[in-house]
Every structure is written in C-alpha cells, then in structure tokens.
Write a protein that binds this ligand. Structure first.
Ligand code: SF4
Ligand code: SF4
Length: 186
C-alpha cells in the first residue's frame, strides 16, 4: 500500500463525492418529474412487469355455483412453513359430495414468504396465486390478513372449477371389478 492509500481520508472523500453526485442527479430528476434511480414509487405505483409465472396474491377457486372449491382439508396450512394459514371448517350433511367446507380461510400476509408450497400441496386445485402482487402496505399488521371474501373475488370461476367425479356405483353383492380382484376377505 502506498502512503496515499494508507491515508484513507482522500478515498473516503472521493466516495462521498460520488455518492453525493448521484444523489443530487437523481434528486434533480425527481423534482423535475423525470425518472432517476427510483423507478417505481411504491406503494403509490405498482410494477406491471411481473414474470408470467410470478406467484403473488392468493385466490380461492370456485365451483360454478360460486362456492369455494376448498374442502377444508388443512393440507395447505400444514405444509405452510410460516404457519400463516388459518382455516375453520364447517360441515354440511345435506351436501354428500363435499360436506366439509371452509367457514373461515385467512392468510397472514405480514408473515407469508410467498413460497407457493400451499399451492403445491392442495389436492383440489382450490388455492392459486395470481401473477399480480397484493397490496401489503398497512399501518397495522392486523390489516394485512387476507380474508376468504377477498380470495373469492377472482373470476372467471368456470375456468378452474374442477367437476367432481360422479359417485362410483356400489357393486352388486358378489360382483367384482372386471379383471380386478374381488372383495377383500381380510
Ligand atoms: S405461500 Fe408459502 S408462506 Fe405463504 S401461505 Fe403459502 S405456504 Fe405459507
Ligand atoms: S385450499 Fe386446498 S389444501 Fe387448503 S384446505 Fe382447501 S382443499 Fe385443502
């Protein structure tokens, strides 16, 4: 090291000069309405250039009648590494095809890490993530909970509604599946 390098002070002053110059240049652009280093004024502005497969806001898919496709199995909440999904299940004995349904489905966005594991775990394609990102700005962390109502505003519903397979007919006594095994004797 030369004595000049060992002095440090000149280099510190040179660095401060560069930083100040860039700051003033960007500030001048900002006050005159041009773009400087700050390209997106979040949260007033939102980016629109997300990658096509970006995983942002969660949505719940729906059946054609508008009811959530979710069967409240809790798989997504179980796999969630941040433990931010809360589901309360209801039971409708009058609906034999899907008696279990979510009464409450909420995600705490203040702790969600947007990993997408909940989407992977869902056996019903009932939860997805949109390309767009949610508005995460809030003065109160309790305002950052995404509710089921918000997740059900996604359309079109018919695009994702997975038709339930018809109930398999109960085989007649003594009748096994053709070519398959007969009823178990265990
Ligand atoms: S994206 Fe990840 S962290 Fe967020 S709710 Fe889903 S599993 Fe949990
Ligand atoms: S969203 Fe999917 S994984 Fe989560 S409770 Fe509903 S059906 Fe189960």
């Amino acid at each position: 090291m030369t004595w000049w390098e060992r002095a440090y002070l000149p280099e510190i002053l040179r660095g401060l000069g560069i930083t100040t110059g860039i700051f003033l240049r960007n500030m001048a652009k900002w006050v005159t309405g041009r773009r400087g280093a700050v390209t997106t004024y979040y949260p007033e502005e939102k980016r629109a250039d997300f990658a096509p497969r970006n995983r942002g806001k969660h949505i719940l898919t729906q059946r054609p009648d508008g009811s959530p496709q979710c069967i409240a199995c809790n798989m997504c909440a179980t796999v969630c590494p941040a433990k931010v999904i809360e589901i309360e299940a209801g039971f409708d004995a009058n609906d034999p095809q899907h008696p279990k349904y979510p009464v409450r489905f909420e995600i705490d966005y203040s702790r969600c890490v947007f990993c997408g594991l909940c989407i992977e775990a869902c056996p019903e394609d009932a939860i997805r993530m949109e390309q767009d990102v949610p508005s995460l700005v809030a003065g109160d962390r309790w305002a950052m909970w995404l509710t089921m109502d918000e997740m059900l505003t996604w359309n079109p519903k018919q695009d994702v509604a997975k038709p339930y397979p018809p109930k398999p007919a109960r085989p007649a006594p003594g009748e096994g599946a053709p070519g398959g095994r007969g009823p178990s004797t265990h």
